[in-house]
Design a binder for this molecule. Structure first.
Ligand SMILES: Cc1ncc(COP(=O)(O)O)c(C=O)c1O
Length: 475
């Protein structure tokens, strides 16, 4: 027995050695086999909107990390705030009616900042997924509190991305995050169509008509399921990871009355859009949306620290208070929710955003970004360039009329993203779609650099793609 155990042990150690070389970290949204073959690009330093890898290569970050590093790297005020807080009080929690001065100050400021949206309370998390989880729990808690415990179903949208916890990945409408996980998505989630007019609008259908069709789809689903079973509807103002899909004209204006008619809570996932990315404080300001619960993260701390929150409006807050009172406690909380250092960073970011009106800068620069890149639609293999504010996508097609995807052996957006990287520009590929979402502090000079690097990358993209598929259209 002893001998056998030792052999198994040795075997495991052998395995461990093999894994430790390049794949000691099971990396998110990465093929582990690819990481074994090609060592990961390793970034070691950042200054403003540029980062450097361990080989000394410099990149312009066209995606602000993960749509999140709003101020770029090296902001001395944010670093100073973090340092001061680490020295003063590195950690205490906010459980059991104990709290910290910084958590109280920051959450009060956050509520003030969002008060024009009807927000009266925050619940602090460490990022977007757990804040979305929280919002679903709050919706269930709410319906139980007001005597409608049958309301459990959440309606989300195909193509949505809400994160990767079990709840968030269930609500996300992307196959890639469900595949291989057996019970995902969980049975209390339903998905309605991706609101993408260019791809899914019918011949002759206007954008408004398309929005009406989607609203009807939502209403039909609610009636099929029974309104008394629906807890909430969740949506991003502009779909992000699903390929930057702004809503068609009138979409939220047609969806909201239906939610109101059947008294369904609306969770607005503003993880990407809050704090200025669309040129307004919130995506809900931009599209005039009135949800009951908001999810925020990312730019909240400019990603200098993990931070997120559920923002709660009065209707929900009141019910939570009553319900928790029945149990004597509100039974929910994360060790790192309201972390002092995260709050100090979040507070300083908010100070900077407000002092500089960062959303006005985004609004000012948006035409430069959007209209310049819109011209790429003249490229024979680009079907659509779309976006709002500092979010933009370029979708490749092999045929502009049929919108058929471009079937290169390596996905076309990955070819372009690889060429961008060689030219010192970081962008994101989602297969057929290239995504850009620069830091909110991007200047005209930064945009000029982005445009010229993108142009050089398109030149080599053309060479690679036409070499592989010479019959593709050339004009
Ligand atoms: C709209 C949206 N919601 C939620 C999330 C999940 O956030 P996190 O990765 O911080 O958990 C993301 C992340 O990209 C997101 O884009």
């Amino acid at each position: 027995m002893l001998g056998l155990a030792c052999a198994a042990c040795l075997g495991r150690r052998g395995g461990l050695r093999a894994y430790s070389a390049l794949t000691s970290n099971l990396a998110p949204f990465t093929n582990p086999s690819e990481k074994e073959r090609n060592s990961a690009v390793t970034l070691v330093r950042g200054e403003g909107v540029h980062v450097w890898d361990d080989q000394g290569n410099k990149y312009l970050d066209g995606l602000a990390g993960l749509w999140s590093n709003a101020l770029g790297n090296g902001n001395e005020r944010v670093i100073g705030a973090a340092h001061a807080q680490l020295k003063k009080l590195a950690y205490q929690h906010t459980f059991w009616n104990r709290t910290t001065d910084i958590a109280e100050e920051y959450t009060r400021r956050l509520v003030d900042f969002a008060s024009h949206r009807g927000v009266v309370q925050t619940f602090m998390s460490c990022g977007g997924s757990d804040a979305n989880d929280t919002n679903v729990k709050l919706a269930w808690y709410y319906w139980n509190a007001v005597g409608q415990p049958s309301r459990k179903t959440v309606i989300a949208r195909h193509g949505a991305y809400h994160g990767v916890t079990i709840t968030a990945s269930s609500m996300s409408g992307l196959d890639s995050i469900h595949k291989g996980y057996g019970p995902l998505p969980l049975p209390w989630v339903r998905h309605v169509s991706t609101p993408h007019y260019w791809r899914n609008g019918l011949p002759g259908e206007t954008e408004e008509e398309y929005s009406s069709r989607l609203a009807k789809e939502l209403e039909d689903l609610i009636l099929r399921e029974g309104p008394e079973t629906i807890a909430a509807f969740i949506a991003e103002p502009v779909m992000g990871a699903g390929g930057v899909i702004p809503p068609p004209k009138g979409y939220f204006q047609k969806i909201q009355p239906i939610l109101q008619k059947y008294d369904i809570l609306f969770i607005l996932d503003e993880v990407i859009t809050a704090f200025g990315r669309l040129g307004e404080r919130f995506g809900s300001d931009f599209f005039d949306i009135q949800p009951d619960l908001y999810t925020v993260a990312k730019a909240m701390s400019s990603s200098y620290y993990p931070l997120g929150a559920a923002l709660i409006t009065e209707r929900v807050a009141d019910a939570i208070k009553d319900q928790a009172n029945k149990f004597g406690v509100f039974g929910h909380g994360y060790t790192y929710g309201g972390h002092p250092v995260a709050c100090a960073i979040g507070l300083e970011c908010l100070n900077i955003y407000e002092e500089t009106s960062i959303w006005d800068h985004v609004k000012l620069m948006t035409p430069t970004f959007q209209l310049t890149l819109k011209q790429l639609e003249t490229h024979p293999l680009v079907g659509e360039v779309r976006g709002e504010g500092f979010m933009l996508a370029i979708e490749f097609v092999s045929d502009k009329a049929t919108k058929a995807p471009l079937g290169t052996s390596v996905p076309p957006a990955t070819i372009l993203a690889n060429e961008c990287m060689k030219n010192g520009l970081l962008v994101r590929s989602t297969g057929n779609v290239v995504v850009l979402a620069p830091s909110l502090v991007f200047t005209m000079e930064n945009f000029q650099e982005l445009f010229s690097k993108l142009k050089a990358s398109f030149d080599s993209f053309d060479q690679i793609v036409y070499k592989e598929l010479p019959d593709l259209p050339r004009e």
